[in-house]
Design a protein. Structure first.
Ligand SMILES: Nc1nc2c(c(=O)[nH]1)N[C@H]1C(S)=C(S)[C@@H](COP(=O)(O)OP(=O)(O)OC[C@H]3O[C@@H](n4cnc5c(=O)[nH]c(N)nc54)[C@H](O)[C@@H]3O)O[C@H]1N2
Ligand SMILES: Nc1nc2c(c(=O)[nH]1)N[C@H]1C(S)=C(S)[C@@H](COP(=O)(O)OP(=O)(O)OC[C@H]3O[C@@H](n4cnc5c(=O)[nH]c(N)nc54)[C@H](O)[C@@H]3O)O[C@H]1N2
Ligand code: SF4
Ligand SMILES: [Mo]
Length: 766
């Protein structure tokens, strides 16, 4: 018997935990943490189930072609060769483009945060772009848009990463790392041991909330009210970073009272600079043109943050106020008493949270899907980012920092799609400042294009994972669209309900069966400097192949070999790594990874400004105002139906055992969570004759589902938390998304109301 230990990392979720696999006679038997790895302190049950996932009986092992009409329960799969499968797919892709143009060909990809498709994410995008397709569907509007892209309106970039080793207070807002990002949970706990304080904002007492200094329990979808209330406490007591705001944010910029327009140099003189903002010089009592990036800190002390002024412009006097004054007025509408009414959080706790923040700077924060799966997600994100801006901790030691990343070539090929083609991205006209600007489309827009041909027909979908029937709202539309699609090819590990609609099912090998590159592990400066070429722990099962292999084979058949380095993934990897000075050989010789020597630089804005239009942190977003949206954050009531028959609020969350709709086929995980659960307050249950462990029905205006009741006295009596992603039940038990309307969405980002939907709970006959 030979035993081999192999260093690798778990690629199943965003945490990418460093680990060591044990192979006995070449067979993967177990996976353990790798404490020497920057994210290797702990592993969750999903990684420990690795052998079960590799050798699962229900894996798709061969390319399969449908022989029976769509809509029939049995697709009548016929096994075909890879040659046939790839030739067929390439022919159908070409036909779609020839018939209706590249816009009729859409691509799809599973979430890179909750699957290992991150390995191939860039290559899949490169293929879509090489085909000139402006349409790619994945989970972004309900997943990472609000932490990685939308904060650009305020910060010029994503939210960065808490500098846990140096932080004074951690704010986890709609983010439960104990379940969703183990490496961050470990970092939080280490910081707490050192004395850092912790505030958790979550309708559930989930994960670290139980041990936090303060757990705030908002009603789902009311987070912006809390953020503005906290900002109000800090502003009115003067506990904000005046210096930072004056010198590095747009806080002093003057905005006209009449129309909300920022004043510029061009208002003063004919030859004035329309790109230069005006502020009020309190010492001289004059408007002053503010220098552009990086701002001239010497002259900032005289700039007013508060007050009302009249500027004599070329066209006469204009009444105006600094951005900060306007923000302060916005926040004044949110005293703790009103925050309490809207959020359900006691007013004393709002004040206590503001005190905890102000007394324990530097503050760091992380927010994820708890705040983004709402119809008011963009404004909520703006409100939280604005609150954070007040502390002056952005990119400062102990704050949220953009750590140096390993330099890796961007291979997405975004520019290959012309601006004219990009203008056709579904949803772009309606939400120009949201995901469509990157070519990312929502299920609603894609499936309407398929079913109704509006605004134009999409006839072919090529997706690399993604279980849209379970992960997107409005299941009825998804179902109809997948059935109607002219051609649907899906690369998958297992035959999901979505896969049953495919014309062609391509077998992919799982994360443990293929190599994968991770350049940067995010959670600390050292982790972010770590590069690893994950070795496979097992050979690909059956005839399964990696997504990357499929992309390159397709590219060759589509005449795109040149854009794909001659169709050779190894050459591509060499080119991708080139800027870092690393090679595949060097990485293969160091399977645990290589930590590059990257310097951590704080407050990078002092050299280069922020990547916003003004070069400063923007409390007022002119970009949002430019498309008719509110330039300042506000709490907007969720745009969801109101119906007295559905008095409860349905929310959802992740569970440690599973990622979304996956892994139910792994016995050790299934034993831990055999059936779909729904959490509700004991009073809510008692009022309906529901007991712990009963199967109950949850209904909304769209439909009903079943789950087993779990009583939780920490929930608000109005809130129930259900699961989504179960497809092991013929009647849709544990599939909350069939209850949620896809027409309720955020006007900027298209995010769905997956965390706040009116519902009712009722007992089922035993
Ligand atoms: N085990 C596991 N890990 C995962 C995943 C998985 O499916 N399973 N998926 C991965 C992916 S793709 C993602 S995006 C991340 C997501 O990571 P998280 O965002 O941490 O995951 P969730 O548990 O969905 O949501 C976090 C918390 O938000 C709370 N919440 C619900 N509604 C609201 C609200 O209105 N306001 C506030 N403040 N909080 C609210 C929930 O109760 C929950 O505790 O996890 C990744 N990791
Ligand atoms: N109600 C509700 N709905 C939600 C959420 C919620 O919190 N509440 N969360 C949302 C979030 S944050 C996200 S990210 C989405 C996730 O949405 P999806 O990306 O659709 O996630 P899954 O449902 O897990 O489906 C992923 C599929 O990809 C397959 N897969 C896994 N790894 C690979 C791989 O390496 N290659 C290929 N080709 N396939 C692979 C899996 O077998 C699985 O069937 O769901 C969203 N839906
Ligand atoms: S948290 Fe679990 S699933 Fe995610 S990377 Fe770590 S071990 Fe893998
Ligand atoms: Mo996600």
């Amino acid at each position: 018997m030979s035993t081999e230990l192999r260093h690798t990392y778990c690629a199943l979720c965003i945490s990418r935990c460093g680990c060591v696999g044990t192979l006995v006679d070449g067979v993967l038997t177990r996976v353990d943490p790798d404490p020497a790895h920057p994210t290797g302190q702990a592993l969750c049950v999903k990684a420990r189930a690795a052998p079960e996932s590799v050798y699962a009986a229900d894996r798709v092992l061969f390319p399969l072609r449908r022989t029976r009409p769509k809509g029939e329960a049995d697709p009548g799969w016929e096994r075909i060769s890879w040659e046939e499968a790839l030739d067929l797919l390439a022919a159908r892709m070409r036909a779609a483009i020839a018939e209706h143009g590249p816009r009729a060909l859409a691509f799809g990809v599973a979430t890179p945060s909750g699957t290992a498709v991150a390995d191939s994410f860039a290559w899949i995008h490169r293929l879509a772009h090489a085909c000139h397709s402006p349409n790619l569907i994945f989970a972004t509007e309900n997943c990472n848009w609000h932490k990685d892209f939308a904060p650009a309106y305020t910060f010029g970039a994503g939210i960065g990463m808490p500098d846990y080793p140096h932080t004074g207070c951690i704010l986890l807002w709609g983010f439960n790392p104990a379940t969703s990002w183990l490496a961050q949970a470990t970092a939080v706990q280490q910081a707490r041991k050192r004395g850092a304080r912790l505030i958790v904002v979550d309708p559930r007492r989930a994960g670290l909330a139980a041990s936090a200094d303060l757990w705030l329990r908002p009603h789902p979808g009311s987070d912006a009210a809390l953020a503005l209330g906290l900002a109000h406490e800090l502003i009115e007591t003067g506990r904000f970073d005046h210096e930072f705001l004056r010198s590095w944010s747009d806080a002093p910029f003057l905005v006209a009272d009449a129309d909300g327009r920022p004043l510029t140099g061009a208002d003063l003189r004919d030859d004035g600079d329309a790109g230069q903002a005006l502020a009020w010089d309190e010492v001289n009592g004059l408007p002053l043109a503010c220098p552009n990036r990086p701002p001239n800190a010497d002259r900032q002390a005289c700039l007013a943050l508060r007050g009302r002024y009249t500027v004599q412009t070329r066209r006469g006097p204009i009444a105006c106020r600094p951005v900060f004054e306007r923000l302060a007025e916005r926040c004044r509408a949110w005293p703790a008493s009103r925050v309490a009414e809207v959020t359900g959080i006691p007013a004393e706790q709002v004040v206590a949270a503001a005190n905890l923040i102000a007394d324990n700077l530097p503050l760091s924060f992380f927010t994820w899907t708890g705040t983004c799966q709402h119809t008011n997600a963009t404004q909520t994100g703006r409100a939280i980012a604005t609150l954070y801006g007040l502390t002056g901790c952005l990119d400062a030691p102990g704050g949220n920092v953009w750590f140096s990343k390993p330099p890796i070539a961007d291979v997405m090929g975004f520019a290959w799609v012309t601006p004219e083609e990009r203008a056709l991205t579904l949803g772009r006209n309606e939400r120009p400042e949201g995901p469509p600007q990157k070519g990312w489309i929502t299920s609603r827009d894609l499936f309407r294009a398929v079913v109704e041909g509006e605004p134009y027909p999409v006839t072919c979908l090529v997706s690399f994972g993604g279980n849209f029937l379970l992960s997107k709202p409005n299941t009825r539309l998804s179902d109809a669209a997948l059935e109607k699609l002219g051609f649907f090819a899906l690369a998958e590990l297992v035959e999901t309900p979505t896969a049953r609609h495919a014309d062609l099912l391509l077998p992919v090998c799982g994360a443990w069966e293929r190599e994968g590159l991770q350049a940067g592990f995010q959670t600390s400066a050292a982790a972010e400097a770590h590069v690893q070429l994950r070795p496979a722990l097992a050979p690909p099962q059956g005839e399964s192949r990696s997504d990357t292999w499929i992309v390159f084979e397709l590219a060759k058949r589509l005449g795109l070999a040149e854009q794909f380095y001659g169709g050779d993934p190894e050459t591509a990897l060499v080119r991708m790594l080139a800027p870092s000075g690393l090679t595949p050989e060097a990485l293969r010789a160091a399977p645990g990874g290589i930590t590059l020597k990257l310097e951590t630089r704080y407050r990078k804005y002092e050299q280069s400004g922020f990547s916003t239009p003004s070069g400063r942190l923007e409390l007022h977003s002119e970009r949002l105002r430019g498309v008719g949206l509110d330039p300042l954050p506000d709490h907007v009531a969720p745009a969801i139906p109101h119906d007295p028959r559905f008095p409860l609020t349905l929310t959802t969350a992740k569970w440690p055992q599973y990622c979304h709709s996956q892994q139910r086929n792994q016995p050790s995980l299934r034993r831990r969570m055999p059936e779909p659960l729904v959490e509700l307050h004991p009073e809510t249950a008692a009022a309906r004759g529901i007991r712990e462990g009963d199967w109950i029905e949850i209904s909304t205006p769209l439909g009903a589902m079943r789950a087993r009741a779990r009583l939780d006295r920490h929930l608000a009596p109005r809130v129930i938390c259900a699961q989504y992603g179960w497809w092991q039940y013929p009647d849709g038990a544990g599939d909350a998304n069939r209850l949620i309307d896809g027409e309720c969405f955020d006007p900027v980002a298209g995010s769905n109301s997956l965390r706040n939907f009116p519902c009712q709970a009722s007992p089922l006959p035993a």
